[in-house]
Design a protein around this ligand. Structure first.
Ligand code: GLU
Length: 295
């Protein structure tokens, strides 16, 4: 059997311009792909139209180009792939791995206990819809107690699936497909072998692995890099007013991103052209040097 060529990806959500935290994730996955002579693909995660910022998708692509990223193959846009997500959901319905649910968020919040990411669904609709209401969501049946996986940076991770995560939504009552479903379908379609992304998604990984098992899909290997934070310790994001990346100081930002990822670039590196900075980074990249947490 041929071993598939290393295929990495970067999957920004166009909710705003790229910031330093996004740059770090892009640099890590790009360098790791190149270090393995692999492919690096881009995917625009523009599934959540209400949260999207007009023009952000194009702005992200222009910024990546200006920073010297080069991607292989055509870009996938999640907004164009509803049929594929629906077909996957239909397959899970046919296999009895999901169920419909018409509980409101409020009803769940009132009785559920807290999990690692919000309330854990108490299973009210597992044996049939529990109330008379039209709009329905689709939930995945989480039937395993624990899921253990090995992360290349964070080490062995053990998630208590039923206690801390529960039956999670794959399609919301408003018809919106959930990130967890779309990401699994797309990683498989793009033949992703290695995911390198921010540690804020570590908690999502067990759900994605569970979906991959249920759909008989190959699971990528995961590496979660530390999250870049501001001086208040908050994750850099649109909500915390993270500054948009500028292209006029790309060399400095790129050098700082490399440093954040555990490499030790010489002081003069930030003065060099971008191509030289990338060259230095290819030669020195070692995932083992990436710290588990930012200092
Ligand atoms: N679209 C997600 C984000 O921008 C990343 C998803 C992923 O890498 O799996 O945070």
């Amino acid at each position: 059997m041929n071993t598939p060529i290393y295929t990495g990806r970067y999957a920004p959500s166009p909710t705003g311009p790229l910031h330093f935290g996004s740059l770090v994730a892009a640099v890590a996955s790009f360098l790791d792909s190149r270090a393995h002579q692999g492919r690096w693909l881009l995917r625009m995660e523009d599934l959540d139209k209400p949260r999207e910022m007009p023009g952000a998708a194009d702005d992200i692509l222009r910024t990546l180009e200006a920073y010297g990223f080069e991607w292989d193959d055509k870009i996938i846009y999640q907004s164009e792939r509803h049929d594929v997500y629906q077909a996957t959901l239909d397959q899970l319905i046919a296999d009895d791995k999901v169920y419909s649910c018409n509980c409101s968020r409020r009803e769940v919040a009132d009785i559920a206990h807290a999990g690692i990411e919000g309330p854990v669904y108490p299973g009210l609709c597992r044996d049939g819809l529990s109330r008379d209401r039209k709009t329905i969501a689709w939930r995945f049946k989480t039937d395993v107690a624990h899921l253990v996986f090995n992360d290349r940076i964070q080490g062995s991770i053990d998630h208590c699936m039923q206690r801390d995560i529960g039956d999670f939504v794959l399609k919301r009552a408003d018809g919106q497909f959930a990130y967890q479903l779309a990401v699994v379908v797309d990683d498989a379609e793009q033949g992703i072998t290695h995911v390198v992304r921010g540690a804020d998604l570590l908690n999502s990984t067990s759900r994605q692995l569970l979906l991959q098992y249920s759909l008989n899909l190959h699971s990528p290997v995961y590496a979660h890099i530390p999250i870049a934070t501001n001086e208040r310790g908050e994750k850099l994001s649109k909500q915390t007013q993270a500054k948009a990346l500028r292209v006029d100081n790309a060399a400095l930002m790129l050098t700082q991103a490399i440093q954040f990822l555990g490499l030790n670039p010489p002081d003069a590196l930030a003065q060099l052209p971008l191509s030289d900075i990338w060259q230095w980074a290819y030669e020195h990249w070692q995932l083992e040097k990436v710290p588990q947490q930012s200092s």
